[in-house]
Design a protein around this ligand. Structure first.
Ligand SMILES: Cc1cc2nc3c(=O)[nH]c(=O)nc-3n(C[C@H](O)[C@H](O)[C@H](O)COP(=O)(O)O)c2cc1C
Ligand SMILES: Nc1ncnc2c1ncn2[C@@H]1O[C@H](COP(=O)(O)OP(=O)(O)OP(=O)(O)O)[C@@H](O)[C@H]1O
Length: 139
């Protein structure tokens, strides 16, 4: 069994997320997802949807075998239990593949890190774009 791990904020689900998770799932036999904690989303505006609700939506997707909320303190903590064979990174996730693999090896975790490309064009395949459109109409 090849276990794949995908991570992300997943604030306001859209087909880009479905594409990312479907591609990640296709890399192995089962897909685990770590949903980012509200307190850790500092690289962009805070999520509109609270973490428990983001988790509930991701966990309900057919492609996802198990979704959990990440650690608030240490991103490597949940990996000790999940022990993924492959980690799928999104096209815009700010991690360097080599550096991440080195940090994993240091902790005796031996996952291959793979980057999933951007999906083909779709009108609102970005949480930021959905929020902008909603503000234009209702703001
Ligand atoms: C291997 C790995 C483990 C992660 N573990 C956590 C975690 O435990 N808690 C958390 O809040 N974020 C964790 N993250 C970070 C986020 O889930 C997410 O990748 C990050 O916020 C950037 O993605 P985004 O642009 O979708 O928000 C982890 C990321 C990676 C690559
Ligand atoms: N259109 C897309 N194609 C492929 N992957 C995507 C797409 N949109 C999001 N993802 C991936 O899904 C994961 C979670 O995405 P995230 O929660 O950052 O949403 P987002 O729509 O990219 O947000 P924002 O628009 O605020 O940057 C990330 O790994 C991201 O790269």
């Amino acid at each position: 069994m090849t276990r794949v791990l995908a991570t992300g904020t997943f604030d306001i689900l859209h087909p880009g997320h479905v594409y990312f998770l479907t591609q990640a799932r296709a890399l192995g036999d089962e897909l685990f997802v770590i949903v980012a904690r509200d307190s850790n989303v500092t690289h962009k505006p805070k999520p509109v949807v609270p973490e428990e609700q983001r988790l509930e939506m991701v966990d309900a997707l057919g492609t996802v075998d198990k979704a959990i909320l990440g650690s608030e303190k240490d991103m490597f903590e949940p990996l000790k239990e999940i022990r993924p064979d492959i980690i799928a990174l999104g096209y815009d996730q700010h991690f360097d593949i080599e550096l991440l693999e080195k940090e994993l090896t240091k902790r005796e975790l031996h996952a291959k890190v793979v980057r999933i490309p951007l999906s083909k064009k779709c009108p609102l395949c970005s949480t930021g774009a959905i929020i902008k459109e909603a503000l234009k109409r209702y703001g």
